[in-house]
Design a protein around this ligand. Structure first.
Ligand SMILES: Nc1ncnc2c1ncn2[C@@H]1O[C@H](COP(=O)(O)OP(=O)(O)OP(=O)(O)O)[C@@H](O)[C@H]1O
Ligand SMILES: [Mg+2]
Length: 277
């Protein structure tokens, strides 16, 4: 599900160019991200791993426009996120990005169903009468149809997280961004939530960027990017597709990059030779 531009090259859905992020601390400044460049293509499932406090959430905040880089460019779904106004960002996010947090962040006074309807109302997406039906469909998909009228506090953590996933999908955004979405779940529930993510990527062609501390889950994600001290310390698929000549994309080539992880390109789709890269 990788889209191409007119040159036959692959189009990145997330393009980070030389991102630097510093925060003021007292009269000083500390730099958290030191020039990160990263391209993610449509249909990719990418894990962001690395030690605590090394800049993973800060990086995701650059992609979603929740925060701005001190330097560098953030192009997501073709929009210059680093340069957009708050209003433009809110509109864009509502249409293009589904965000899933570790602590669910459901609105406590609204039912689960209302929580899922809300993003569609904000984005004015789908007809009024359709929104409820669509929300019910999504809740059904995450196994929560029978809990739809409960308040978030009346269901378990795993159920709240599944509701948060339904909410993130409400406007049918192409890009999903998740910051430790399984961090508060037991292993079994985490596995279920993860299977759901896999399904969304494989069956609906979503693109997903997920920060996780769960090594086992990260190992199941096709591409792994490790952030250490605000730099990319490792990327299991470092070569951006834009640098792969179109001839080899169509040719069905197996490549073995310098990191030793081989991958194949068949019918214009990049496939790692195993899902446990
Ligand atoms: N608004 C801010 N002002 C000052 N420092 C900040 C701010 N936001 C983040 N930081 C600092 O940036 C560093 C990276 O934080 P970040 O939340 O990105 O880490 P992380 O890799 O997501 O860690 P974790 O795995 O624990 O969630 C931390 O040292 C943090 O204190
Ligand atoms: Mg974090």
């Amino acid at each position: 599900m990788i889209s191409k531009n007119g040159n036959g090259k692959e189009k990145a859905i997330v393009e980070l160019k030389d991102i630097v992020k510093s925060f003021p601390v007292g009269s000083d400044e500390i730099t958290i991200l030191h020039g990160i460049s990263l391209n993610i293509h449509q249909g990719e499932f990418v894990s962001i791993v690395g030690p605590s406090g090394n800049g993973k959430s800060t990086l995701l905040n650059m992609v979603t426009g929740i925060d701005r880089p001190s330097d560098g460019k953030v192009i997501v779904t073709g929009r210059p996120v680093h340069a957009m106004s708050e209003n433009e960002l809110a509109k864009w996010r509502g249409q293009q990005v589904g965000i899933i947090f570790q602590f669910f962040q459901m609105l406590p006074s609204l039912s689960i169903l209302q929580n899922v309807v809300l993003p569609m109302e904000f984005a004015k997406k789908f007809g009024r009468s359709e929104r409820r039906e669509r929300a019910m469909g999504l809740l059904d998909m995450v196994g929560l149809a029978d809990q739809a009228n409960k308040l978030p506090s009346m269901v378990s953590g795993g159920e709240q997280q599944r509701a948060a996933i339904a909410r993130a999908l409400a406007t049918d955004p192409p890009l999903l961004i998740a910051d430790e979405p399984t961090g508060n779940l037991d292993a079994k529930t985490a596995g279920q939530v993860f299977d759901l993510f896999m399904k969304l990527i494989e069956e609906q062609g979503k693109t997903m960027l997920m920060v996780t501390h769960d090594q086992e889950l990260a190992d199941r994600i096709p591409r792994k990017v490790e952030i250490v001290n605000g730099r990319i310390a490792y990327d299991s698929r470092p070569q951006t597709l834009a640098t792969v000549p179109a001839t080899s994309i169509n040719g069905g080539v197996i490549e073995t990059p310098s990191n030793g992880i081989s991958r194949g390109i068949f019918n214009g789709q990049l496939v790692p030779n195993s899902l446990t890269v």
